[in-house]
Design a protein around this ligand. Structure first.
Ligand code: ARG
Length: 277
């Protein structure tokens, strides 16, 4: 079913971001990272500032984490935890280079007084977990295959009390769920089928018959690494066809430029953790 010009409803969000002041590509832990390609940190900060301003301009609240020396990927704030209805399931990073970020996120959540559950299993927070509050009363989608390990899916279900649907990522360019799939409102998603195993594609087709699908080029342009408030979809400006499909489905695409952060293997969503209070 194609829904044209349906009225989409914005829900005010609270986000967590971290400035890329210390962003660099000093190691390569995903296929996008190349330590020989120079990064313009100043441009990264300008682009990130525009993203933050865009979210604030849409009426959302943005909390900030302080960037730490020696943690050049801290700008990718989505990986630090996964929060559902006031409970925070902490991250445990796969790679040693990012391990120390977990404690900084934990300190933020604990300072706010929110219930924090420390993980025993390897998982990269919202990089591999998405939440759909209106799908079957609240459904968690979880990726595995590259970063988050399958036992973390069961651990998240026990921590958060919501059913977790495991999805198998099979293409290393889409090493996190949030580069292959995004929630576009409380009950629907956009995704790139080619990032998933055949069985996981079947699961997604069954759960989300009205999903917006991205093509190869838009997925590789990080178009799915988007942040939606239910009406406005902030996404990488290069993903033009995806923007058109979202518009046809009644959403308002809000393109942003994040070329520098792409060198780290991330875009809009990687920079933004949603705080679901
Ligand atoms: N360089 C970072 C890494 O490989 C990028 C993380 C992107 N974050 C995301 N949520 N996909 O870990």
């Amino acid at each position: 079913m194609v829904t044209v010009n349906q009225q989409r409803v914005l829900r005010k969000r609270t986000y967590l971001m971290c400035s890329p002041e210390r962003f660099a590509v000093e190691y390569a832990i995903n296929p996008w990272m190349d330590v020989t390609t120079p990064v313009d940190a100043e441009l990264a900060v300008r682009q990130w500032d525009r993203l933050r301003g865009t979210l604030v301009g849409l009426g959302h609240e943005v909390h900030l984490l302080t960037p730490e020396p020696g943690l050049p990927d801290m700008v990718f704030a989505a990986n630090g935890a996964f929060m559902v209805d006031g409970t925070v399931y902490g991250a445990r990073y796969k790679h040693e280079q990012r391990a120390a970020e977990a404690g900084l996120h934990r300190a933020f959540y604990e300072a706010q007084g929110w219930r924090f559950i420390a993980p025993g299993e390897t998982n990269e927070g919202e990089g591999d977990f998405a939440y759909l509050p209106e799908a079957h009363g609240g459904l968690i989608l979880a990726g595995h295959g590259f970063r988050t390990e399958l036992p973390a899916h069961a651990e998240a279900q026990e921590a958060l009390g919501r059913p977790v649907v495991s999805l198998h990522l099979v293409d290393p360019r889409f090493y996190h769920l949030d580069v292959a799939l995004a929630s576009i409102d409380d009950g629907n998603v956009a995704y790139y089928p080619g990032a998933f195993s055949a069985a996981s594609q079947q699961v997604l087709a069954q759960l989300f018959p009205d999903a917006v699908l991205a093509d190869d080029a838009d997925a590789l342009a990080f178009g799915l690494n988007l942040v939606s408030d239910g009406a406005n979809v902030v996404l990488n400006g290069a993903a033009t066809r995806l923007a058109g499909r979202l518009k046809a489905a009644g959403y308002t695409p809000v393109p942003v430029e994040l070329s520098e952060l792409k060198k780290g293997g991330g875009s809009v969503k990687c920079c933004v953790a949603e705080l679901r209070l």
